[in-house]
Design a protein. Structure first.
Lengths: 151, 157
């Protein structure tokens, strides 16, 4: 004999059962079978979730950029700053280390976008990110290189 | 010599040379640690931050300038892109759009520009972002200027 399907929260279940047992309707029974189904709902405050997400995004301060392809870096031509001058303007200083560039001993590189940097400086940067520090000209990345190979 | 240290020293010398050139920014290097800087920036005019002076804290990573500096507001500010509690700043050039051609000085200028032009669609302060996104510019401005008065202006009396 089924009473009914009722939905009550678990903290009210004991009270409900006591009422059922006390009622005259079931006084003739010595055993009352009870079937319990549990439905669990977890309530998280939206605020707490937001705060956790924010904190997570703040903590991930590591700067993730896409490096240039090694092949592209290798193709950059090293030159002496005096030689590079004949091809076009060379800035006074390297925009990465801010040191002078017209010092003859230090090799420089002209990027495809015409910007000139110290060779060591731009290689270190391109191993971090594939865009030109001055104009964001995108150097090929590994994805580009492998794509062009398969075509 | 460590690249980051040499580069920061260059910036330090530039800041000393250009002292007062930009009256809205006052960058100060920690006496004993070149990787720690603070800045005082003036709230841009015709914004709710006008008249306020805001302090920023810079922590510079060893890999600088290949990696961006970490910057946060020490002065409380009500702005969609600044975390109200921690002062953390959501600005592309401090994350993936970083370039080593930026300097601490130019980062300060970018932050001043961000104060004048909030990006409510990438909010760190949702209350502030929601006011702007719902078109309640007046509500945003009044909250922001209240906090400017409370936190970024000298106490009267």
């Amino acid at each position: 004999m089924a009473v009914s399907d009722i939905h009550i929260s678990i903290d009210k279940a004991a009270l409900y059962l006591r009422q059922v047992l006390a009622s005259d309707k079931y006084s003739h029974l010595t055993k009352i079978p009870i079937c319990l189904g549990l439905q669990i709902e977890i309530w998280r405050t939206e605020e707490g979730e937001l705060a956790a997400a924010l904190q997570e995004s703040i903590n991930s301060t590591d700067f993730r950029a896409i490096p240039a392809a090694q092949e592209a870096i290798n193709m950059l031509e090293k030159m002496k700053p005096d030689k590079s001058r004949s091809k076009g303007e060379v800035a006074e200083s390297c925009s990465i280390c801010f040191e002078e560039m017209k010092v003859l001993e230090v090799e420089v590189v002209r990027m495809p976008c015409e910007h000139v940097f110290h060779y060591d400086c731009i290689v270190r940067w391109l191993n971090t990110s594939h865009s030109c520090p001055l104009c964001r000209f995108p150097m090929p990345t590994t994805a580009h290189v492998s794509q062009s190979k398969t075509i | 010599m460590q690249t980051s240290r040499a580069r920061l020293f260059k910036e330090y010398k530039e800041v000393q040379r250009e002292k007062g050139a930009d009256p809205d920014i006052q960058l100060v290097c920690d006496d004993s640690n070149i990787f720690k800087w603070t800045a005082l920036i003036k709230g841009p005019s015709e914004t709710p931050f006008e008249g306020g002076v805001f302090q920023l804290a810079f922590a510079i990573p060893e890999q600088y300038p290949l990696q961006p500096p970490q910057v946060r507001f020490l002065t409380k500010i009500f702005h969609p892109n600044v975390h109200f509690k921690t002062g953390e700043i959501c600005l592309d050039i401090l994350k993936n759009a970083w370039s080593p051609a930026w300097t601490l000085q130019s980062v300060c200028r970018a932050i001043i520009a961000l104060m004048a032009h909030p990006e409510p669609d990438s909010p760190l302060n949702c209350d502030s972002g929601n006011l702007l996104r719902s078109g309640d510019v007046r509500g945003y401005q009044s909250m922001a200027s209240m906090y400017t008065r409370l936190a970024a202006m000298p106490k009267k009396g």
